[in-house]
Design a protein around this ligand. Structure first.
Ligand code: NDP
Length: 456
């Protein structure tokens, strides 16, 4: 008999927490997962999934425009935002049901409420104290908004996914993943969109050609990007519209202001510091080692709350490694190297491995770039360029980075990610026969590197 009520209590039923809990439950552990919001967490309820459904909806607008070039005459079309939101919500309800079943089928007890760590082996929820051998913190992150006057008038991606009406015009602050994805959704569906960034361009941390080419495409679609600009204050006017005062002295008037200025780990008020768990003093992230162990031997943390790589599949991997190590006697640590990722902007971005800047900082590289108009836009006349780029270590000829902006980039880069992970060489790419006609084949037909700026 265990001395504890549970073998594992997980705080947070998001991607990482559910994966860890259900594996542990499947291995015979007595597990409870505590969740204060909807089951599925950020990705399924407030992030990746609902966002992607809206992106599919937004793409229909482009397909309708492109249809003419292929001989279709499309009559008057109308878009109804409430229908899209209602259908999206129905799908989320279905997914939440699936998540509940997954937990039930693995004998994981779901406790709905806000959990709080009392000491290294005790968690409090709904006024009850439960003891546990291990605690897994998987509470994710939450949008961070700078405290400027009138910030309470702003929304975040949480509310943007459930607006009752499509805004006529929206100001989006920030130039990261979330900002460019929502800019694409709102613009395609007919809103006037202005992105306000304090930097020179969007997508800090991405390869320079991705950043530059995507900015061109967003602007081509009519999204305004106000660079080197910050918001000073937001005021609600008598007519309900918002007046946004910028550091340039100008004012933007709009229906909605959305902040996408990053996310912070959800550790406030969780009792972690009191229980002795070390947090990053700047971000509040739970500090963990390669096995997701905190400095307190009975407490682990996975996913966005640890602020390592804040992506769903990474959280899932971290959760799985924890469960395998602790409940299946198979020590495993997640591999955070060459993790592919995507930005579901319009056009989308796919990326894996090093950026050109990071690669050059390491040593000599050969860089291959191609730009072309996707074949599917030749008849429709759409002006949009695809960019594909390979970065090759000159000494070993190993492909160390692959980047793409263009239709299907996330789908294509997922495959290229295997090659980069496997450390294949440019010769391996060249000896692969392309599939014709596709955009993807360009990745195996890139022949001439760009002149090296350092040798010019
Ligand atoms: P990001 O960290 O990607 O971007 C934050 C943006 O906000 C940057 O452009 C940054 O500017 C700007 N910013 C930060 N603070 C301020 C400020 N005080 N005033 C003005 N601008 C500011 O955050 P997101 O919110 O877009 O996304 C959070 C995370 O969620 C991502 O990092 C990613 O891990 C994950 N995510 C992944 C997705 C995917 O995989 N497709 C989709 C959505 C989210 P600057 O560049 O100047 O610092």
């Amino acid at each position: 008999m265990s001395d504890f009520d549970y073998d594992l209590i997980t705080l947070g039923a998001g991607s990482g927490g559910v994966r860890a809990s259900r594996l542990a439950g499947g291995y015979g552990a007595k597990v409870a997962v505590i969740e204060e919001s909807r089951i599925g967490g950020t990705c399924v309820m407030r992030g990746c999934v609902p966002k992607k459904l809206l992106i599919y909806g937004a793409h229909v607008a482009e397909d309708l425009e492109d249809a003419k070039g292929y001989g279709w005459s499309v009559g008057e079309v109308r878009f109804d935002w409430p229908t899209l939101i209602a259908n999206k919500n129905r799908e989320l309800d279905r997914l939440e049901g699936i998540y509940r079943n997954i937990l039930r089928n693995n004998k994981v007890e779901l406790i709905e409420g806000r959990g709080r760590v009392i000491d290294p082996h005790t968690v409090e929820v709904n006024g009850r104290r439960l003891t546990t051998k291990r605690i897994l913190v998987a509470v994710g992150g939450w949008p961070m908004l700078p405290q400027i006057p009138g910030i309470s008038h702003a929304i975040t991606s949480n509310e943007a996914l459930d607006l009752p009406q499509l805004p006529k015009d929206i100001v989006i602050v920030g130039g990261g993943f979330i900002a460019v994805e929502f800019a694409g959704i709102f613009r395609a569906l007919g809103a006037s969109v202005t992105i306000v960034i304090r930097a020179d361009t969007i997508l800090r941390g991405f390869d320079q050609d991705i950043r530059a080419d995507l900015a061109v495409e967003l602007e081509r679609k009519g999204i305004r990007i106000r660079r080197r600009t910050e918001v000073q204050s937001i005021e609600k006017q008598g007519d309900g519209r918002l007046s946004v005062l910028l550091t340039t002295g100008e004012t933007e008037t709009c229906d909605q202001v959305m902040y996408a200025t990053g996310r912070v780990p959800n550790t406030k008020g969780l009792g972690l510091e009191e229980a002795g768990v070390a947090l990053d003093p700047r971000s509040g992230a739970v500090k963990v080692d390669a096995y997701s162990r905190t400095n307190v031997p009975s407490i682990w943390a996975v996913g966005d709350v640890t602020d390592r790589i804040n992506l769903t599949p990474v959280a899932i991997r971290e959760g799985a490694c924890f469960a395998e190590t602790e409940f299946n006697n198979t020590p495993m640590s997640p591999d955070h190297d060459a993790v592919p990722s995507a930005v579901f902007s319009q056009p989308p971005v796919g990326t894996v491995g090093l950026t050109e800047e990071a690669a050059r900082a390491r040593g000599k590289v050969d860089v291959y770039v191609t730009r072309f108009r996707p074949m599917k836009y030749t008849l429709s006349g759409r002006e949009e360029k695809t960019m594909m780029k390979l970065i090759v270590d000159r000494a070993t000829q190993v492909v160390i980075g692959a980047h793409m902006v263009g239709p299907d980039a996330p789908e294509i880069i997922q495959g290229i990610g295997i090659a980069v992970k496997a450390k294949l060489t440019k010769k391996d790419f060249d000896s692969t026969v392309g599939i014709h006609p596709t955009a993807a084949e360009e990745f195996v037909t890139l022949r001439t590197p760009l002149p090296d700026p350092e040798e010019a």
